[in-house]
Design a protein around this ligand. Sequence first.
Ligand code: K1U
Ligand code: ZN
Length: 183
Amino acid sequence: MALLPILSYPDPRLRTIAKPVKEVTAEIKTLIKDMIETMYDAQGIGLAASQVDQHLQLIVIDLSENKDSPRVFINPKVTPLVEEKQPYEEGCLSVPEVYDSVERPNKVRIEALDENGEKIDEEVEGLLAVCIQHEMDHLNGVIFVDYLSRLKQTRARDKVRKVLKIREKQEAAEAQPQAATNV
Ligand code: K1U
Ligand code: ZN
């Protein structure tokens, strides 16, 4: 299995519209496994294929406490079941360390295929409803900060740049051989 690099806002590749998966091949199964591993490593609760520069209609989500119950949604279709929208504090692995409130319908129907090509048809509420809509947005080239003000979008860009710089420095330091200590 492999960890996949996650694209960061405002990378234009995040704006690509994902294409349907034609067949669940061995290659797609490997991508699914790698996406799940990448989601766990990044401590996320969801990941869309678009975020790892694979522009296919493929989403993984795990809301379990022990991170042992990943769910796979292939070619998902999400339909709101209520008109009223509710706010939820969202985060995004492509917009690290930025959190803000987004309003979405709290109950949706999900139609999709799972990793075995079996049909999923479920009515869901709460965090799963929020998360699947957030991931569906990724497949359509939409990022949660698009719902925020221009000022907040600018701040998000600056924050991501800062976070990535810090991460690069940390990675470079970790790659250095340990300095000899005087004993
Ligand atoms: O798509 C992604 O980037 C994953 C994203 C999913 C998500 C989190 C919260 C609301 C909607 C969608 C994340 O996993 S962000 C990191 C995270 O675990 C988290 C952040 C805020 C609240 C809860 C979880
Ligand atoms: Zn996201």
